[in-house]
Design a protein around this ligand. Structure first.
Ligand SMILES: [Fe+2]
Length: 154
């Protein structure tokens, strides 16, 4: 849900196998605000929280992220947590432009960005609980309904 704003990003940018141009990168960087706009119209508290996550998950702890360049604890905790989880999740999945990294390599890359891209407290908590988090991800992936399941249930 944090990337729901990508619904407004053209496929030629989303699915591009090579590096993005400056113009394409600028288009991609619109997805946090687009997602927040979509989700913040809800009065349901979990969707309002999701709007905050969508808006802040590309901020960086050192202030070099986007869209607002927030730093440190000015970034809502939900955004700081999602940034770490999103980074690890992305690295450990195949992409059109590269195969998945191993969990060990992804954790190593995460720790390298402790205190620059990511909140050190969140990184430490993530690393300390990685076995539980990996088990949860596996369970969620395994139990996720397919599109056919949803259609059959309707
Ligand atoms: Fe994103």
């Amino acid at each position: 849900m944090h990337d729901i704003g990508k619904i407004g990003t053209p496929d030629h940018v989303l699915k591009k196998a090579g590096p993005l141009t400056d113009e394409e990168r600028a288009v991609m960087k619109q997805h946090p605000e687009m997602g927040a706009k979509i989700l913040s119209s809800s009065r349901v508290p979990v969707f309002r929280l999701a709007a905050e996550v969508a808006l802040t998950h590309h901020e960086r702890f050192d202030g070099t992220g986007y869209p607002k360049g927030l730093s440190g604890e000015a970034i809502p905790l939900c955004g700081r947590i999602t940034a770490v989880a999103d980074f690890y999740d992305a690295l450990t999945m195949d992409r059109v432009y590269r195969p998945a990294f191993s969990a060990e390599k992804a954790l190593e890359m995460l720790v390298e960005l402790r205190g620059t891209a990511f909140d050190p407290v969140v990184v430490d908590a993530f690393v300390d609980n990685i076995a539980t988090l990996d088990a949860l991800r596996l369970q969620i992936t395994r139990d996720r309904p397919t599109f056919s399941d949803l259609i059959d249930a309707a």
